[in-house]
Design a protein around this ligand. Sequence first.
Ligand code: UDP
Ligand code: MG
Length: 342
Amino acid sequence: MLGQQDVKLLSVVVPCYNESEVIGRFFARVIPILESIDSIRFEIVCVNDGSADDTLGHLVDMSRQDGRVRVIDLTRNFGKEAALTAGIDEALGDAVIPIDADLQDPPELIPVLVARWREGAEVVLAQRASRACDSLLKRLSAAAYYRVHNHLSELKLPENVGDFRLMDRVVVNALKHLPERHRFMKGLFAWVGFKAVIVPYEREARCAGHSKFSGWRLWNFALEGLTSFSTLPLRSWTYIGGIVAFIAFCYGSFIIARTLVFGIDVPGYASMLSLLLFFGGIQLIGLGVVGEYVGRIYDEAKGRPIYLVRRRYQERRPVSQMPSGRRVIELNGLSRVSRGGK
Ligand code: UDP
Ligand code: MG
């Protein structure tokens, strides 16, 4: 028998952006599952990421009916990574599970994740057994991405693992010490390390609504991941430049030698122009890669908070008792949350 002290608090963190079609179904499916787990109290921390539809209304209604549902309303759309950060910051549980609102991460897996956690795992990763519900293009690009990332970066991302996972409080506390504004959560989760076990699952199709991640957004997400965890694209320009300069030197020596032996050879407009364009292109690509990093340094240097909270519903503690390492400034009713410093 488990005693009262063994009852643990589980926080389920749900980023929601324009999910009014699915949110009712989400609660209807998740709550009975959470209630069925022995010796667990739970809270569902919903982060409204600046939805333009009635998502907030649905969430607030739900939190009024059920005290275990808390709602964090952000001032605008900050993106999934920021919304997830907000939810994880606010979660009070002994373990935290981020989950998508669209029921693509099956809540039926939560009891399995909890069981592995009780067996001693600090992180329980839910790994997609197949990508059958994705388009061919998405499958190919995902496979290529993991290959490129894991080759370029020291940090190895486990393949086909998303944000759906269980993290023990020690892991969550470690995560909260990572100060960066550009938050590639999958990478940050992997970066903190800890003992992980993997549980396979079948990912379902979105239950309603549509994906917020277009091709362009996914491309930027991939760039975010690469630049956050590898400086190889930046450093590689030393070697590319070295190789090009070496080839140029050899070719230049050859031209000089040929001119000395055979005299001046005037034609060569086409080859001059193509070489000029080729090197111009190479330099611009190099500059672009440097720009990707400089832009991120600029964003980090500004030190703006990752998100702003408009209001919390079902708040159980005073705003001043915010998660450690952050400061809270009350601004015209807005709580501005930032990290450390003065
Ligand atoms: N999401 C969010 N902010 C955004 C985009 C998405 O909070 O700017 C949430 C969204 O509501 C959902 C989760 O992130 O709960 C995953 O989004 P989506 O299903 O669109 O992504 P996909 O499953 O297609 O990768
Ligand atoms: Mg989805």
